[in-house]
Design a protein. Structure first.
Length: 169
């Protein structure tokens, strides 16, 4: 893992993310990351406390032990994410969608889940489940989030390869 200085804005976070998919132990607290797409990365013990993640897509990520306390996650899509022992106390998860996330040992004390929906999430395995559990979506196969992440990752790789070929001409 490369130790990064704390990024000051979304552009710096996106640049760091493209350069290095391992954001373990980094401090991204209080940043406006609304609408960002974070796919297939390691963010173990990542600090996203008080960050604005509204409308973001977080998929295929390891966020074990991450701090998302008081994060604004309204409308965020969380798919195939490991949030084992993560801190989401006070997070606003309103209108978010949770698909196949591991929340074992996670703390959702005081989290807001109005309008949130989930499938393939065992809320009972959380250290402290959300005060109001998200509404269940129609069940889908457990492998579906991983297939979607794989397709998205492949699309990103193909786009980058095409751009590098075009820039070489």
């Amino acid at each position: 893992m490369i130790e990064l200085e704390k990024p000051e804005n979304r552009t710096e976070v996106e640049a760091a993310f493209k350069e290095n998919r391992d954001l373990s132990d980094q401090d991204l607290s209080s940043l406006d990351l609304s609408g960002i797409k974070l796919l297939g990365f390691n963010g173990e013990n990542l600090d996203l406390s008080q960050a604005n993640l509204e409308g973001a897509i977080v998929a295929g990520a390891n966020l074990a032990g991450a701090n998302l306390s008081d994060a604004r996650m309204r409308g965020t899509l969380v798919a195939g994410v490991n949030l084992e022992n993560a801190d989401l106390a006070g997070a606003d998860m309103s209108d978010s969608k949770w698909l196949g996330a591991n929340v074992s040992g996670a703390d959702f004390t005081g989290a807001t889940t109005a309008g949130a929906k989930s499938s393939g999430v065992s809320w009972s395995s959380a250290k402290v489940p959300p005060p109001e559990l998200p509404e269940s979506l129609i069940p889908f196969p457990a492998w579906l989030p991983f297939l979607l992440v794989g397709i998205l990752t492949l699309a990103i790789i193909l786009i980058k390869k095409q751009r590098s070929l075009n820039s070489g001409q």
